[in-house]
Design a protein around this ligand. Structure first.
Ligand code: G3P
Ligand code: CA
Length: 239
């Protein structure tokens, strides 16, 4: 079985990393939604991809330079389309509270405590508060190490650009269960090596049907996509 994860929700068709985007992905039938987190000046964990507000919202500058109240003044929908005007940057608390166990969550820490002091513990506390199924992933392995220090059993995934087999030893050291690889660099042999090491492998970000089917045939465990409807449809036809 291959899991299909909605990248920033259903980024194809709704403003990324917002409540409507996650709702659409869940309604489409994903196994989980992926989201990115940053921290405000007053220590709130918010869901947005970039360090800065400019690309996806009406704000400008760094997320970390604004309080949550200030962040709430910005619109995270209108740049995607006028019909999305009024959509806000959600907090992680709001997302988990909205969808609870209707889905699972892949939470990407864009930075760890070196940039956002205490973010690893804050995220874990929210996960415990809502009692939801999550995997915490990051390119920042120090952040993953801190998560593991605070929680011995939460699922962890290393994100990287490179061959999956290079990261097996690091994953074992962090007691991570997953390797999150860029799909272009995955081949069948790597999938076998990762599985033989007792780990699982996910691929990002797949937005065409043929690639999803090819990865499925290689034995991949998870595909992350901006377009859940397309990928779920194509995988169904090949199962
Ligand atoms: O799941 C990994 C993927 O989300 C990393 O890329 O830039 O979309 O956060 P990015
Ligand atoms: Ca991400």
């Amino acid at each position: 079985m291959v899991l299909v994860i909605g990248h920033r929700g259903a980024r194809c068709c709704a403003p990324e990393n917002t409540i409507p985007s996650f709702k659409l992905a869940i309604e489409t039938g994903v196994n989980g939604v992926e989201l990115d987190v940053h921290m405000t000046k007053d220590g709130e964990v918010v869901v947005i991809h970039d360090d800065t507000l400019d690309r996806t919202t009406t704000g400008s500058g760094y997320v970390k330079d604004y309080t949550l109240n200030e962040i709430r003044n910005f619109d995270a929908g209108v740049k995607f389309g006028l019909e999305w005007r009024g959509v806000k940057i959600p907090t992680l608390d709001e997302v988990l509270s909205e969808f609870r166990n209707r889905t699972s969550y892949v939470i990407e820490l864009k930075h760890g405590s070196d940039v956002y002091p205490g973010i690893e513990e804050k995220v874990l506390n929210l996960v415990r508060k809502h009692d939801v199924k999550v995997k915490i992933v990051s390119f920042d392995f120090d952040a993953l190490e801190r998560v593991r220090q605070f929680d011995d059993s939460v699922e962890l995934g290393l994100i990287f650009v490179g061959k999956a087999r290079w990261f097996i030893d690091i994953a074992k050291r962090l007691k991570a269960q997953w390797l999150q690889a860029e799909y272009k660099l995955i081949n069948e042999n790597d999938v076998k090596i990762v599985h033989n090491a007792g780990l699982k492998i996910g691929a990002w970000t797949i937005n065409d049907a043929d690639t999803a089917v090819k990865l499925y045939k290689m034995g991949i465990d998870e595909v992350t996509t901006d377009n859940p409807s397309l990928i779920i449809g194509s995988l169904k036809r090949h199962k």
